[in-house]
Design a protein around this ligand. Structure first.
Ligand code: 3HC
Length: 284
């Protein structure tokens, strides 16, 4: 099965990173969002990211221009009608995702594979509601998508081998390494990574060490490319809290309880880089 025309639902951090990666790797991409403003922001981020890749000599100016020429944006979800694959990267809200999948099932040809970039929701539930359960699969990318080499390919209980194999091949074509994971809260990476970040927030909350020292400890003592609090700011504190809440509720295990400081930061609107303030300050 050849997947050449790709649709991306959502122009946020993950959506624009996925759209950029697909366009750079030669695929025809349409990125959709519900309003023009997120699409404009998404395109600005893509241009900045491509600029950096040119600056680092990872791609040429011709690659940059070819990628942009292969990438279109729209507010109309009906534009997905000719896509071989649609990757949904909308908000992590089950009702929103189920709504998107129901619409896509009506709009797209029978052969279209519907993938979700969900970081922790039940893929099996999304597949069951989709109307085409065997052609639904998880493609979990990592932030920043253009730089991170992994894609978790998640099989819902209903995902067919044909669908799974097509997505595994596609992940390789995107220059990523696919890892096969069964449907389970947090899959592999978030189940380990986000509790580690939560523990770093507990260490800060308990006054055991300053943010800079917690991050330096993990960079120098465990060879992590970024400290856990800087990483939380990059992922988004709301996303980290969301993943902790899902792990806590789904496993019913107190080891996944979110740190009160993480909840307070989210309540205060200190969501990390995207709001200019998280555990660190950004911009101005
Ligand atoms: N496109 C987008 N962002 C880019 C980029 C590009 N082409 N090049 C760099 N960046 C970003 C970085 O976030 C950071 O921002 P800043 O400069 O504006 O402060 C900066 O650019 C770092 O630039 P560098 O040139 O120093 O980048 P490095 O080559 O040193 O690598 C990194 C940066 C790849 C982000 C590295 O630090 C890293 O691997 N960090 C860990 C990332 C990680 O763990 N991601 C997984 C998060 S979990 C997740 O996404 C799952 C979800 O479900 C929660």
């Amino acid at each position: 099965m050849t997947l050449q025309n790709i649709g991306v639902i959502g122009a946020g951090t993950m959506g624009n990173g996925i759209a950029q990666t697909c366009a750079l790797c030669g695929f025809d991409v349409v990125m959709q969002d519900i309003a023009q403003a997120p699409l404009d922001n998404g395109m600005k981020t893509i241009q900045k990211s491509l600029d950096r890749l040119v600056g680092k000599e990872k791609i040429s100016t011709a690659d940059y221009e070819a990628a942009l020429a292969r990438l279109k944006t729209t507010t109309d979800i009906n534009a997905m009608e000719d896509r071989d694959l649609v990757i949904e990267a909308a908000s992590e809200n089950i009702e929103i995702k189920l709504g998107v999948f129901t619409q896509l099932n009506k709009i797209c040809p029978d052969s279209t594979i519907l993938a979700t970039n969900t970081s922790s929701l039940s893929l099996t539930r999304i597949a069951a509601a989709s109307g085409r359960a065997d052609r639904v699969v998880g493609m979990h990318f990592f932030n920043p998508v253009p730089l991170m080499a992994l894609v978790e390919v998640i099989r819902a209980l209903q995902t067919s081998d044909k669908t799974y194999n097509a997505i595994e091949t596609l992940a390789n074509s995107l220059g990523k390494t696919p890892v096969s994971v069964k449907d389970s809260p947090g899959f592999v990476v978030n189940r380990m990574l986000v509790p580690m970040i939560n523990e770093a927030v507990f260490i800060l909350y308990e006054g055991l060490a300053q943010a800079e020292d917690i991050d330096a400890a993990m960079k120098l003592g465990a060879a992590h490319p970024m400290g856990p609090l800087a990483l939380a700011d990059m992922i988004g504190l709301d996303v980290c809290l969301w993943v902790m809440n899902v792990l806590h509720e789904e496993f019913g295990d107190s080891k996944f309880r979110p740190c009160p400081l993480l909840k307070q930061m989210v309540d205060a609107g200190y969501l990390g880089r995207k709001t200019g303030r998280g555990f660190y300050q950004y911009g101005g």
